[in-house]
Design a protein around this ligand. Sequence first.
Ligand SMILES: Nc1ncnc2c1ncn2[C@@H]1O[C@H](COP(=O)(O)OP(=O)(O)OP(=O)(O)O)[C@@H](O)[C@H]1O
Ligand SMILES: [Mg+2]
Length: 492
Amino acid sequence: MLKATGITKSFHTNMVLHGVDFDVLPGEVHALIGENGAGKSTLVNILSGNLSRDTGTVLFDGQEVDFAHPLDAMRAGVSVVHQELSLVPNASVAENIYLRREKTNAFGLNDWPAMFKAATEIFQRMGVDIDPRALAGSLSVGMQQLVEVAKAIALNAKLIFMDEPTSSLSEKEIQELYGVVNDLKAQGLSIVFISHKLTELFAISDRITVLRDGKLVGTRPTKQASPEEIISMMVGRHLNDLYPPRAKSIGEVIFKCRDLSLFGAVKDVSFDLRRGEILGIAGLIGSGRTEAMRALINADRRLSGTFELNGQAVTLDDPADAMEKGVIYVSEDRKSQGVFLDYDMVRNIGASTLDRQSRAGMENRKSMRQSALKFIREMDIRPARPGTRVVDLSGGNQQKVLLAKALNARPKVLIVDEPTRGVDVGAKSLIHKQLRRLADEGIGVIVVSSELPEVLGMSDRLLVFRNGTVASQLDNNDGSLTPESVMASAVD
Ligand SMILES: Nc1ncnc2c1ncn2[C@@H]1O[C@H](COP(=O)(O)OP(=O)(O)OP(=O)(O)O)[C@@H](O)[C@H]1O
Ligand SMILES: [Mg+2]
């Protein structure tokens, strides 16, 4: 279906693809894996007309092609579900699916009834319940991702690139997506699937290609490969994917939340956070877990809620006020609520301290640069140049910048929502270690995650959300925290 040979690409003087060969068979699910910054998205962008290549040839369906624009690729039958969401928030779901390819009626006008009907059929085929008339921006990140998949299906694509399509989906939605992928494959479509989740790649792919530092390491039939082999191909060494040890000791309550409510989404949530522990928060998409954390810092106007920080009552009036008082929330949605894409790492990491420093009379770029460098080292952010704009970093490295920015603000309570979304296995264990270290240092750490292994591996105590409230509290120390107990509490 596709054969790419000798693909190279440089950004300025930085060569990020070095003569990569990559091919996809008809009716194949081909997994693409590699560390953050290995060049996966860049390769996909080149093959789908989103970026130009420096050298190399591409054959698609027997023809030599050089797509100058994503629309050219789409017309030829190549479509992409991007790593970062790209829907137009103020347009309806159906408008997004048919953007620039609107169906028209006999009068040449946009035929909305036909588009709504077609969109509904696609969602039925996917087995998901999304209203084509809803505004795209009103949907959860997970739902928006499914709309992107629907969009590719609507294009009658022959080849679909999915760049980390499951990183924001719930377990149930992931299973649905697997079903969709298998159906498409049975119809002869080819799918290139990028993911950092090895179990996922082994479950779904026919072949696996590994990239490292912009070079092809190799392609293996999935049946003949083992996870250990793939990991060592990825990182060039063996790696044990173990979670850091649990809390050494659990101390006094450092943060108290009582009767937190948000209209329509969160009901009477109360919990304590103790010194030394990591408090996990789990729940399906729509269970209110993220909404509750946002309500805590009053990002959306809450109905009720009282808080105590180190024994003192505090009000958390808005996110800036919460941050000032030491309660920092790191959003799951880094693009719209986390980083300033057009600014470099120095300004992003330093953003939270800008205020302090400019009040002192000057924006101290030099000291900001020093702290950026410190975090770049600690979190192994690549490339390690503080002047790099965040938009030019790979997805996983953007995630590390977001965390660095929060840590630089010296939190008392740090709430991280999906802290390792889109992060490779090595960087993931590094982030886990950092979070554990913070907890050991006496910072209150709350980890919201939709990944069951992460929730189980990190939490000393876990709150499972369901229908906007805490359905159960599970404790790792008394043995009540098990995969079964989490799942049982999460579903009705
Ligand atoms: N527009 C750009 N300008 C400059 N450098 C870029 C640009 N886009 C990507 N890069 C660099 O190219 C390299 C490969 O990035 P790419 O996004 O392809 O990685 P990836 O394998 O998709 O990683 P991730 O798993 O984190 O998504 C990185 O070093 C990145 O910083
Ligand atoms: Mg990527």
